[in-house]
Structures are given as structure tokens and as C-alpha cells.
Design a protein around this ligand. Sequence first.
Ligand SMILES: [Zn+2]
Ligand SMILES: [Zn+2]
Ligand SMILES: [Zn+2]
Length: 323
Amino acid sequence: MELRRDPITQSWVVLGHHEVLPEPSATCPLCPAQADQLPAILRWPAEGPWQLRVVPHVAPLYRIEGELARRAEGMYDKMGPIGAHEVIIESPQHDSRLARFSDEGIERVLWAYESRIADLKKDPRFKYVAVFKNQGVLAGEEWAHPHSQITATPFVPRRIKYELHASSEWYEEKERCVFCDIVRQEERLGKRIVDVHVAFCPYASRVPFEIWLMWRKHSHRFEQPNPAANMTHLAALLGRTLRRLTQVSGSYHLVLHTAPNTIHPKGELASYWGTLAEDFHWHIEILPVVEQSSKSYSIKEVYYNSVLPEQAAEHLRNLDPNL
Ligand SMILES: [Zn+2]
Ligand SMILES: [Zn+2]
Ligand SMILES: [Zn+2]
């Protein structure tokens, strides 16, 4: 297995990965009887039966051990698949769903995101820590058991790179955070707001009912500062949003976008991260799978969305977030 970089798009591609998953069986690998056999990277509570458990992925895309060995192959770049790939088992209950969790249960999941990001960022080989969740068969979930995944990679994924470039350019020009600007404008207009604390359908929504969750208060890192104080509110907001969303679609992709790892092996901050703390703003993007449209994000990498975000937001606003 190796990572190769496309010199045109600058995307890194994992090549030669063969799933070594065991034969599909009736037993779920994330249910306590099976998951207890896997090492616990994190668990809650510390003793007794667990409510949440973080385990290594059984068929990881990236591995902790080994050399990064970034090297050239003629004009091309490649490196070893160094990184981490973990699974957050959100509950011991196979049939529960994050949208159905109590606010405390959701907060526990957010706490696990926060702790794992902070811990993985201590490793200077990892440039980015991604947290994502695929809910439902249409979203390509790996197991039906409630879970999220975490990957730490020796490169910054392309979508994040785009966001980082765009936000640093915006800042260079206006000395303002583009995300703060978005929140302020959306709050002023109101028509794309789903929840005032703040969830909204983005102006150029890629899929029907796309929702972003963002704090009004600026912060580039999800994992700090003072996460404990904010997580309770975020858990309640995420719960309301997911309960609205599940009335529209049972399948969605959720991804957390936080600042990349700026720890450099030599200890200094690379110049291109100069304004990162001011220009980037962590957020959660949720992309529901509503229409099984083969048109969306295909080879052309252009999105076709049949639902205007203003209509989507109005529809979602009118749904009961407690249902
Ligand atoms: Zn299970
Ligand atoms: Zn901001
Ligand atoms: Zn984003």
C-alpha cells in the first residue's frame, strides 16, 4: 500500500488497499462481545460496562507504524500509508442512532472527537485529523452499529486545502474570517437559517438539505479552547439538527472540519499557516443523501442540486426538532 500524489489536482490517493475484513457474519464487530476483543484507545466510563469505545479500524487505510518515506519517483511524489484509522463506537446498543441519543450521549461522542483529535495532533507526522460519519446504507455506512471514524493523515485532504486557501485569501484581502462573515450575513437574512444557534443551509448547497453547523464565536480549532463549556450547546444543536434531518432522510454524511496540525517536526510554524488562527473557523458539514442521483458529484466533479437552500431551510425550520 502506498500514497501517490496527482501532480495536477494535488490529491493524494491511497493505492493498493485490499479490504481484509472477515467474512460477513451475523455478528456485528462493534457490538460489545466483539468490540471488547479490540484494544480500547479510549473508553467511557473508564471502568465497568462502556457507553462509548474507540478502537482501531480492523482494515485501516493508514497505519501508525513505519516510515513516512516521502520520496520522489521521477517527477512524482509518493509516501508510505502512515497515519491512523480509528472507529468511535458511539453506543453499545446496536440499533440506536445518533439522532436518537440524549444530549448527554451526543456530547460524549463530541468529547471523543475532541480528545482523539487533540491526541493524534501530538504526532508531527500527521498533518490532518479528519472526523466523519456515514449514516445509513445510502451513505455507504460500513456497519449498521452507530459509529464515526477518524483518520490522521500525513497530508491535508484536498477539500480542506481548498478551504484553507480560500479563507487565508479572504483574510489577506479583508482582514476578516470568511466563516464569521457567512454567519453574520446568514443571520441577517434569516432565510437559510435552520437553527439560530447556528445551523444553516449553505448558499451554494451541493446536495438537497445540506446543513452547516458553526459557532458565532470565532475559533479555528474544534478541539479547543475550552471545549467543555461549548460541547453541551453543540450537542443540543446537533441533536435538534439531526432529528429534523432524519424526517427528510435517514442517510447522511457528517464531516467535521477543524484546523490542520501545525506542529512541525522542527518546531516552527510554516509561513503558510501565518494567519490560520484568525482566518479559519471550525465547522460541521452534513450532507444528506436524499436523491439517489447519479448526476451528483460524478466524474465531472460538478454538483447538481434540485432543491434551493432557501426552500430546504424553510422546510427544515418547520419540522419539529423534538420528534
Ligand atoms: Zn452492533
Ligand atoms: Zn471566524
Ligand atoms: Zn468545510
